[in-house]
Design a binder for this molecule. Sequence first.
Ligand code: APR
Length: 193
Amino acid sequence: MAGRDVEGVRIETVPGDITLQHVDAIVNAANSSLLGGGGVDGAVHRAGGPEILAACRRLRETRYPRGLPAGDAVATTAGRLPARHVIHAVGPVWSRHDDRTDRLSSAYRRSLEVAGELRAASVAFPAISAGVYGWPIDDAARVAVGTTILTAPRIESIRLVRFVLFSRTALEAFDRALDGVGGSARAGERTRI
Ligand code: APR
């Protein structure tokens, strides 16, 4: 686990299950249908209960009749989860031939912007696209941490961004990405937990 303060925002990594996080908003690694799936998506709907799916269905009937595009994010209730909101973010599927980094970065940036619209102070992310969608974990971590360090300090309400990793491999990749950050982040306090 690692942590760093970047311009007043604490950015940290922890091992575990994102559905158990006591934060204002957890980010779901959703798909464009917003109607559930496996991995994080399955865990969020299982633990959060039917309210979340009902809210997602309403979003499909109103704002997103064709589904939520990759790189975008939208919030719903968190149902029975300890968090107050679920921010459903759609990451891109990894492609060897097509560089989709901008859409992965956008999934993090839009999630943080939506968290700001909710006045959320604390946000937990999984490793978006690094499971079923096949993104290599080291690059997924680099994009996640890099985007967060650039975006989170600009969102007034955010004080904590927590990456919740489901495997040791993912945790180590995110720790390396966080440790590897140079620039202004080094000015902040650096603690290894
Ligand atoms: N808490 C935290 N991280 C988790 C959890 C959990 N409960 N469950 C899985 N993960 C991890 C995975 O190990 C992986 O590192 O989250 C990362 C993202 O994996 P996926 O959930 O497969 O998400 P993604 O790769 O973005 O694929 C999205 O998978 O589940 C479907 O409906 C979803 O179609 C969408 C696709």
